[in-house]
Design a protein around this ligand. Structure first.
Ligand code: DX5
Ligand code: ZN
Length: 214
């Protein structure tokens, strides 16, 4: 299994001090910065666009894990790739019929690709893609907001994903309601990449919070 990667979500950072708050997670030992992109259609909120990713790229060398919670991801992938994303994850529910072409589009920029499923989507639906992507992101809350409670039945999907993938390098990421306790449940099912927003940024000792997720 891969090493555990901790990816704090900057959705819980202070948007007026993104450079400072990204430095905090880097200094705290996190490997990736998770960037939550919401469009007000696929999910009810609007958050970060490609210009913000471009600005972040200038002030950090952290691996940028960009999570697109948007309709028609193919329209925006080029902007996010050129802005400096290291990995772009999109939602299966937003593509379905053209999932293969969005995977190829992201790969064409020479970056990594992730595919995500919402709580109501069964892992069986994405079986054919498990060996075509670098990462599967299993949402453990309904996407749209930080600070929600972890749904343990979603974490069980990780088992199916591991059992049905032949790619031993496949990353399985979890996102939503992750803390030391729920993160452990996910790791036990086979997750190796943990997103945590409110747990990390809400903690007065960010280094200790990141360490507790390992
Ligand atoms: C939810 C986002 C998450 C969110 C996680 O739609 O995809 O990345 O920021 O937040 P916490 O860790 O606070 O549940
Ligand atoms: Zn996310």
């Amino acid at each position: 299994m891969n090493n555990v990667v901790i990816a704090p979500s900057i959705l819980s950072a202070d948007f007026a001090n993104l450079e400072r708050d990204i430095k905090k997670i880097k200094d705290g030992g996190a490997e990736w910065a998770h960037v939550d992109v919401m469009d007000g259609h696929f999910v009810p909120n609007i958050t970060i666009g490609a210009p913000v990713v471009k600005a972040i790229r200038k002030v950090t060398d952290m691996f940028l894990d960009v999570h697109l919670m948007i309709e028609n991801p193919e329209k925006y992938v080029p902007d996010f790739a050129k802005a400096g994303s290291d990995l772009i994850t999109f939602h299966y529910e937003a593509t379905r019929e053209n999932t293969d072409s969005v995977i190829d589009l992201i790969k064409s920029f020479g970056i990594k690709v992730g595919l995500s499923i919402k709580p109501k989507t069964k892992p069986e639906e994405i079986k054919e893609y498990l060996d075509k992507v670098d990462m599967i992101l299993v949402m453990t809350v309904e996407p749209g907001f930080g600070g929600q409670s972890f749904m343990s039945d979603c974490a069980e999907k990780i088992k199916y994903i591991r059992e049905n993938s032949t790619n031993k390098d496949l990353r399985v990421e979890v996102d939503g309601g992750i803390n030391a306790e729920t993160g452990k449940i996910c790791k036990d099912y086979g997750a190796d990449t943990l997103v945590a927003g409110s747990y990390v940024y809400g903690n007065s000792d960010i280094t200790a919070a990141i360490q507790s997720l390992r």
